[in-house]
Ligand binder design. Sequence first.
Ligand SMILES: [Zn+2]
Length: 978
Amino acid sequence: MTSSSALTRLWVWTAGLTLVAGIAAAELSPNPVPGLRTPRSLFPRAQWDPAIPSPESILGFPVARRAATPDQITACLEAWAATATNRCRLIRYATSHEGRPLHYLIITSPENLARLDAIQKDLQRLGDPRATPPEQADRLIETLPAVAWFGATIHGDETEGSDAALALAHYLIASNDDHAARLRHELVIIIDPLMNPDGRNRFLKMIAEHRGASPNVDDQSLLHTGYWPRGRGNHYLFDLNRDAILGVHPETRGRVRAIAAWNPVVLIDAHGMGPQETHLFSPPREPINPNIPSSREHWGALFARDQARAFDRHGLLYYNGEWHEEWYPGYTDGYASYRGAIGILYEQARIAEDGVRRPEGRVLSYTESVQHHVIGALANLTTTADHRAELLRNFYEVRREAVSPEGPYANRTFVLLPHPNTTRRRALLDVLQWQGFEMLELRQDWTVPQAVDQLGHTLTNAVVPAGSILLPNRQPLAHLLAAMLEFDPRYKTNVLAEERQELLLKGRSKIYDTTAWNLTMFYGLPAWTVLAEPPQNARPWRLPHPPAGRLRNRGRPVAWVFNGADDASVTAAARLMERGVQVRLADKPFTLDGKTFPRGSVVVATLDNRDRLKELPKLLQTTAAETGLDAFALSTGFGEGDLPDLGSEHFRRLERPRIALVGREETSPYDFGAIWHLLDTRLRIRHSHLDGLAGRDLRRYNLIILPDGRPELPDTLKDWVRQGGTLIAIGRSTTRLTAKDAGWSSVRLLPDVLDDLDAYELTIFREWLGAQAALPPTDQVWAHTPAPELPTPWKTFGGKRPGADELKRLDRWQSLFMPQGAFIAARVDTNHWLTAGCDPWMPILVGGHPLLMAKDGVQAPVRYGLFEPAPPQTAGQTAPDGDQQEAAPAVRRIGWAALPPGTQLRLRLSGLLWPEAAHRLANAAWCTRERFGRGQIILFATPPAFRGTARATDRILLNAIVYGPGWTTPPIQLPREF
Ligand SMILES: [Zn+2]
């Protein structure tokens, strides 16, 4: 609501009045800001239809005078849809997490509107050249309008786009001038004005809170900046402009379905940037993803030239390229390009309210800032109308390239191999199906001449097992499919050279987002790329309905089991504990009652729950049904042979997690939001958000999570961990815990231990030898006299290293080249409870994160780098238990640790990882766990729940959250009469 003083302000600077009638004489009126101007009209040539309500009549202020709220935007859309029934149609396409509607408004001529369904169907036909030969396409192109899409404000605090969308929609609907009429005739215009209603609402609330009595044009003031977590993200603080390929959020899911239904030939995504900037529009500069259709270059330049001319006419400044690159495929504008549209990005100097004083001294008003979007959009819509037929043809040709047997996407099939983690596999297949990809099921084994796995190994005459899901690359959405699933797209050499030059000369990267993202690696599910078309006998496949989890083999069980290979087992454990059920976790595989279960399986023993035996089956049934995971009844706790029995220490009793997630200032909103989203959507259990830790009664919690950030660590926190708490710290939050004199963790960061690397290297040797279970010669073991000389790993495959000064110099040099986000292969200790449900290796997305160094006393269940047998020509080393001679073998050290004999280290999976950074990352711990008093500290080097999609790594965070409190020393629960 508008306060009276704010209203006064509004009138003052719009009308230039000094006092408004009705305001008490004693009230001071604000002084006008010199130079704060409002353009008279955004559409000087408009001829308004009086029957259609003006925005002002709905908003209560002229459109673009200030940011309209989500409710006001919806009110405008509904009013126009109700009055201009022959020119527009309103479609609700999604509902935000906070329950707000997302709409798009279709605007076109009455003739087009009358045959809208036919137009939509014809555009679908044009999009599949397998069913639409060129002659038929020609006829469609002749008669069809082109669809042009204008979306705005996916980042909630870049508000101008939505107001531009309102102004534009009103003009296109309500003006009878020739220009508007021609756009309606040639085009179907889709306006998507409110891409992130929750973020916008949050930001407008911040503006309202800081709105004073006088206008403010200082872009440092809270009126302009907002405060944590600001308005960029959606309800869970995710950046929705990374979500187009990931589909984590309802806003994205609805929008992508709408884009697929309409096949736009142009898609504009209007953003805001720093208030002291000018205006940026597409095309982007390199690196451009190789799967962006090549014709985009021609069209991008053509649209840009027209847009530049429009800006020139107004004497406005602008630029393109610069920081705007297009490597990551999850931006909305780029995303549309893979589908055959021309994706266009706008970035306008962002004014939250009133105006902003700029370096050249002038004041840029909010309305002017909105106007810049309008000028660009009108230019782009005009270009689209001028080239309607050619753009439709371009769309058809992109799809023709996609399905051509001679095209770049022929003879390649992406394969998702079978895997026991059913829930996770379903989640990935669901994303792929929602994107609209065609999938096939392999019913019989398929021998292929060549396949490539995620580690980059080429396999010859490989057998693709039955049950695999195949995604033939050659299909109408080939470009998008390749962009999402290709393991290892590469930069052009000249682009690589530019990036290296930037790092060396300026010490910074030109890369705007992560350089790797392929979904099978994010999900940690095994996949191959096969260089062949799918076999004839593979059948079209769609994801079946989710299974209904059931109770199996009821009767009189001693225990029930949920299979730990499935991520849903963690959900089951968390929800059962919240319902008061006692739960155990198996830290070893076991066979009971003839059934074998992997480690990490969740066990509910009847004895533990004897006070609620009657309701137990119902609680288990509910949990099975909601997780889709069966609960198997066991009639005996006796494990045959050496296998664990139910009463052994391998079935660890868990503690219900009582969780605090620490947020607010100094915390990354993204990481905070990702963990919150994980807790809400994957576990759906209760937890508290804390605004810092100082002064809190921490005894209420047994698990505290510090997301990526720089949290304060009060002394009370140390006491709390010592008394049995589980502290989880992520990313930069680990740096204070690992500082030498902080008295916290024994883990250190790499630059702090360059004088002690031998000790860390020895831990690597020990872990490796332990994993090999290598024996010295047995006659030595049983000899009655000690051997005169003993092999030691540091002599056998270690060796001298440079002095501390040289190591420091080396580390500083290598740290220049840290990645912006590349997938690294990490080895997993499959005996650790934290890695329950994990395979022996996993891909981890690593950027410039802390490098955790763990030696004796600290467990490191996951480390960067996978040891694999070296190819014969480089395996020149002696075995650890072999030759004892001092003749030093050639030490091959990757970073700070030598390679164990006969091995090489597999590290880079996908994305840009400079050789220098590879040496720095090798063998660093990704996750550590150590005891601290009766409690424990668990550190993660990188955000494990990244973008709600990094399921390989979020499993370990889920394990830490749900199982962690059970791995401390809990107080014995004494009976009341004690
Ligand atoms: Zn933005």
